[in-house]
Design a protein around this ligand. Structure first.
Ligand code: GRG
Length: 293
């Protein structure tokens, strides 16, 4: 039977939201928990955890079995948004339709909320049961690499250094592979490893992750120019404000749109070998490329 993608996405999103709410009921020793919860439970598309689960589904497993590992990625992602919004980074006032963390809790507490979420992510990942310990260690190791100086943190640093400069297409690609792409790689390869992918499957899914991450980033640059604050939950035009090179400044809007579509089609071809089981992944890839927020 054909997959009802909207229903799939809504039900997986609910699972993620419920898990995160429940996990945050377990309080630490201070009020930093309130700042962590404020951003973590503020909505968001929950793409990374749902991608992890959908990848496991594509391999014939049940993604639901990997909910802790999946939700840990949302904690890493939320930490990165909190830190990215800080005055010393992008200095933004709105995120996910509400005031940014530092606007509500102050800069120091926002910094700690990010630190707390990043650390909690690895605590939660280590709580994942029903997988071989050696597999879980591999997933945790790769997630750490994707989140750190080899991945997202490295990409963010390149982004910082590139402000106000004209960078080449190759430099822009490297920057985004780290800043945005690495966490998608962690999600998709994580789901693949947890579900016991073969080397051949892992390779195809890695290629899919790289392409879908690229399409997502191109779309992000397009939305920064064409979207509205209501749709995005944050002000538009921030790339221009921060004098950033983007796929739109480098290639123009029309060419960027073409690139995003072409990259998505290429990503979809990587899923051919998974047949019907990859329907949810296909739905997510299409959603990432044709989103309005
Ligand atoms: C501070 C280490 C560190 C990294 C920051 C995430 C990030 C790196 C910067 C955010 C700036 C940005 C707009 C990046 C482009 C891609 C991106 C991560 C967009 C936001 O992700 P979505 O659309 O957000 O999945 P939601 O809110 O739906 O979860």
């Amino acid at each position: 039977m054909a997959l009802d993608f909207e229903q799939y996405y809504d039900s997986r999103k609910k699972l993620v939201n419920n898990f995160l709410e429940k996990r945050m009921e377990k309080r630490g020793i201070s009020n930093v928990d309130d700042a962590m919860k404020y951003s973590l439970l503020a909505g968001g598309k929950r793409l990374r955890p749902i991608l992890l689960m959908a990848t496991a589904d594509a391999l014939g497993a049940n993604g639901y079995d990997y909910l802790p590992a999946a939700c840990a990625l949302e904690m890493i992602h939320t930490y990165s948004l909190i830190h990215d919004d800080l005055p010393c980074m992008d200095n933004d006032d709105y995120r996910r339709g509400r005031l940014t963390n530092h606007k509500v809790f102050g800069e120091a507490m926002a910094l700690l909320a990010g630190d707390g979420l990043l650390t909690l992510a690895f605590e939660v990942m280590a709580e994942q049961r029903n997988v071989k310990p050696s597999t879980l260690v591999e997933v945790i190791h790769e997630t750490a690499m994707c989140a750190g100086n080899f991945g997202m943190v490295g990409g963010q640093a390149l982004d910082l250094e590139a402000e106000g400069k004209k960078i080449s297409a190759k430099e822009l690609k490297t920057l985004h592979e780290g800043k945005t792409g690495a966490l998608f790689i962690a999600a998709i390869r994580g789901g693949a490893r947890l579900a016991g992918a073969t080397d051949e499957q892992l390779l195809a899914l890695t290629h899919f992750a790289e392409l879908v991450g690229l399409a997502f980033q191109i779309e992000d640059d397009i939305l920064d120019v064409t979207g509205t604050q209501e749709e995005l939950g944050k002000p538009t035009g921030s790339d221009d404000k921060n004098d950033k090179s983007t796929y739109v400044t480098l290639y123009g809007l029309e060419k960027a749109r073409e690139m995003s579509e072409k990259t998505t089609q290429e990503a979809l071809r990587c899923l051919d070998m998974f047949g019907e089981k990859a329907e949810a992944l296909r739905g997510l890839a299409n959603m990432m490329c044709h989103r309005r927020n």
